[in-house]
Design a protein around this ligand. Structure first.
Ligand SMILES: [Zn+2]
Length: 375
């Protein structure tokens, strides 16, 4: 009875709150967490990882929500190459990587093993497609049809990634591949959020040689209705920020044709550049304070084993959190994630309601003029 009275008081209070105060109250509730994780791999390069129930314990009262994806490629264990040594990482062997579609079923089943309340803390993503294949969009559609109500987006998937792209079996991925445009178009249709890894340049760039940025920005501009996150702001293990990278970024941020593009500052390898000295820290904070809606924090951890390890990247950014305005800090750690992933999930659920189980249209991937008759 007492409890009921308590709820009644809250209900009256909520009615008295202005919409602004309500948002503040909801935020206060959310901000008990340090962050939402916009970039997280449950499994590793040999498709093994943390049990999802253990992951919930690792998130504990520190991480509110998290993206949930595996790794789209599998490291082959070639006995001819490494003998009894079983490689676990792409740098452990010269044997190739290959696209591993089963990751999507694995992630979906892990998610479906949770209660509704537990599921609400995850945003699963589709990654198991080959971005050089004109059938990639058909795979993504098939995943939505097989596991409706599960996925929020696609990625992290890679086009240009140091050491990785060159060792994937089959065609090398390219930003100018029509297959990639068809993937982006399908995401525009469905609302699936896109997390793309594309290095800003080669590991050892020569001055004045073309890098991968122009083609990437053109790709983004061709798909204005897609919600895109450019992972790691284009940096990598040894892909370091090019000269004047801050200025380059400010031009992207100010470009009205790139308003649908956001940036994650995930990965300890990225934090190492952004936090390397006072000047880098100040510059990073200045740009994020100018565009607080456009950046997301993520760990980019792979199959973590403890909360302490899982939070290490977050704490590498402690100098940054101190320099951000409270508003910018809130958005980068928590708010932008909620806004972007909630919007995407809502659109995908609406697309599924209208399309999954509905009679099949002619597949959009067979151009009428290009269909060959089987003989
Ligand atoms: Zn990643």
């Amino acid at each position: 009875m007492k409890l009921r009275k308590h709820y009644a008081t809250i209900a009256v209070l909520v009615m008295l709150l202005s919409p602004f105060q309500l948002v503040r109250a909801q935020r206060a509730n959310q901000s008990q967490y340090l962050f939402n994780d916009s970039h997280f791999h449950l499994t590793n390069y040999i498709q093994e990882g943390t049990d999802i129930k253990d992951m919930l314990k690792i998130m504990g009262d520190k991480i509110g929500r998290s993206t949930l994806f595996g790794i789209p490629v599998q490291q082959q264990w070639s006995y001819r190459v490494t003998g009894d040594f079983a490689p676990q990482y792409y740098l452990d062997s010269d044997a190739p990587l290959y696209y591993y579609s089963f990751t999507d079923a694995y992630i979906a089943m892990a998610y479906k093993s949770l209660t509704k309340a537990e599921q609400a803390r995850f945003d699963p993503m589709i990654t198991g497609f080959n971005p050089t294949d004109m059938y990639a969009a058909a795979h993504i559609r098939r995943v939505l049809e097989t596991f409706p109500g599960v996925f929020t987006g696609i990625g992290e998937f890679s086009i240009h990634k140091e050491f990785v792209s060159a060792k994937i079996s089959g065609d090398v991925a390219s930003l100018t591949d029509p297959a990639l445009d068809s993937i982006f178009s399908f995401c525009e249709e469905t609302g699936l959020l896109i997390i793309l890894h594309n290095d800003v340049d080669d590991p050892f760039p020569k001055p004045n040689t073309p890098n991968y940025t122009d083609d990437m920005l053109k790709l983004f501009k061709r798909h204005p209705d897609a919600s895109i996150t450019w992972a790691h702001i284009g940096l990598g293990r040894i892909v370091k920020p090019p000269l004047e990278y801050g200025k380059f970024f400010e031009r992207i941020l100010a470009d009205p044709e790139l308003k649908h593009v956001n940036f994650d500052i995930s990965w300890d390898e990225v934090a190492k550049y952004l936090m390397q000295d006072d000047q880098a820290i100040t510059n990073t904070a200045r740009i994020i304070n100018m565009y607080p809606d456009r950046f997301l924090f993520g760990t980019d951890n792979v199959a973590p084993t403890s909360q302490e390890k899982h939070l290490a990247v977050y704490h590498m950014y402690d100098p940054l959190w101190k320099l951000l305005t409270p508003e910018a800090s809130y958005r980068v750690r928590l708010g932008n994630y909620e806004r972007l992933f909630d919007a995407a999930a809502k659109k995908v659920r609406a697309w599924e309601a209208a399309n999954v189980g509905a009679p099949k249209k002619a597949p959009s991937h067979s151009p009428a003029s290009g269909v060959r008759k089987s003989e």
